[in-house]
Design a protein. Structure first.
Length: 359
């Protein structure tokens, strides 16, 4: 292990002891904001320190086994123990390298998930509802909370556009690789010739901005319109102008929200989505200046990029960024996304490790 890596691990071990002492202090326990911040830091550090402890123990086992070699009666056992300890040290060092990778500061944030129908008309809108159901089921399995923010329903029951807020532990870290163009190949119910049609939807996963707002918005840059909200097919029509449309004049971004009967709450939700979109826009601009990062297929966030194909006739899903094909379409659309998200995360970590090795 490199001395710089061991030094970093020893610092984290000392920091864990400090955090335990701080969290035991009464004044910290009475300050909930600081208590939560320190608890979050401890939760991040603990698995690294535990792995480091296991690494140090494996080193001790190796040294003890090496001492056996001088005893003829213990030599054979010592050689076996050296091999076992060496393999464990190698595995733990690889694990520690991954644990020490720079974390995306947004990984723990909640997200706004936006799905928009693209090419394919009504079939694309129907597919957008399939994607939404997939993400909602995935969120439920991970005990995340899903709240509808805005929806624009098509005539056949799909979504021209839908936005949901997903709240929970590590949401953005798990869903950030979902941004991009999702393509579906299937025979539409209206197709009399049995021909397979191709359509697409775009997905955007935007980390929620902090309460203090990462992007400062000048009120003079906003045009806020109110109008009467109506449900799909005119199921209900408010008698008050509760729906809100916010236009950010410098960028032309428009956000509508009408799911709540309160104009105030609709305005608040719309502002949250607008800030998240502006943050995402700023992030994309920053990434565009970093050529090396932009070459990475994973996490590029380029929503013009086709990232995944869902082929119904063959029952397969293919993620084009990592050449992963799974013949379990029904399960994936039912929310069984773990195999895909785990593979994307592993590939991303491998790219980070490769980049560090070049430094």
């Amino acid at each position: 292990m490199k001395s710089s890596m061991r030094s970093r691990l020893e610092q984290l071990a000392h920091r864990l002891v400090e955090l335990d002492a701080l969290l035991a202090e009464p004044e910290i326990a009475s300050d909930m904001n600081r208590f939560r911040k320190l608890s979050r830091e401890r939760a991040e550090i603990e698995p690294v320190v535990e792995s480091f402890k296991a690494y140090v123990a494996a080193e001790a086992d190796l040294h003890a086994a090496q001492d056996m070699l001088s005893d003829p009666e213990m030599k054979e056992l010592g050689e076996e123990e050296i091999e076992l300890a060496g393999s464990r040290i190698e595995l733990l060092e690889d694990e520690l390298k991954v644990l020490l990778l720079p974390r995306d500061p947004d990984d723990d944030r909640n997200v706004f998930l936006e799905i928009r129908a693209g090419t394919g008309g009504d079939e694309s809108a129907l597919f957008s509802s399939d994607l939404l159901r997939m993400y909602v089921r995935y969120a439920e399995a991970r005990r995340w909370r899903v709240e509808y923010v805005s929806e624009n329903v098509s005539e056949l029951g799909g979504y021209k556009e839908v936005i949901v807020h997903i709240e929970g532990e590590g949401v953005y870290g798990r869903l950030k690789f979902e941004s991009g163009a999702h393509r579906v190949q299937r025979v539409p119910e209206t197709e009399t010739q049995g021909r397979v049609h191709t359509s697409a939807c775009t997905v955007a996963v935007l980390p929620e901005a902090e309460a203090r707002a990462d992007v400062q918005i000048n009120s003079n840059d906003l045009r806020i319109d109110t109008f009467r909200a109506s449900g799909a097919g005119g199921q209900h029509i408010n008698k008050t102008d509760s729906a809100v449309r916010i236009t950010h004049l410098p960028t032309g971004l428009v956000v509508e929200c009408q799911d709540d009967r309160s104009q105030h709450r609709n305005k608040d939700k719309a502002m949250q989505v607008l800030v998240a979109r502006l943050n995402d826009r700023q992030r994309q601009q920053e990434h565009a200046q970093e050529a090396a990062e932009r070459k990475s297929l994973i996490g590029s966030g380029d929503r013009s990029e086709r990232i995944r194909t869902y082929n119904f006739p063959q029952g397969r899903v293919t993620d084009h960024r990592i050449n992963l094909t799974l013949y379990k379409l029904a399960q994936i659309l039912d929310g069984d996304l773990a195999e895909i998200t785990d593979a994307l995360l592993a590939e991303h970590q491998a790219e980070q490790l490769a980049a560090l090795a070049l430094d």
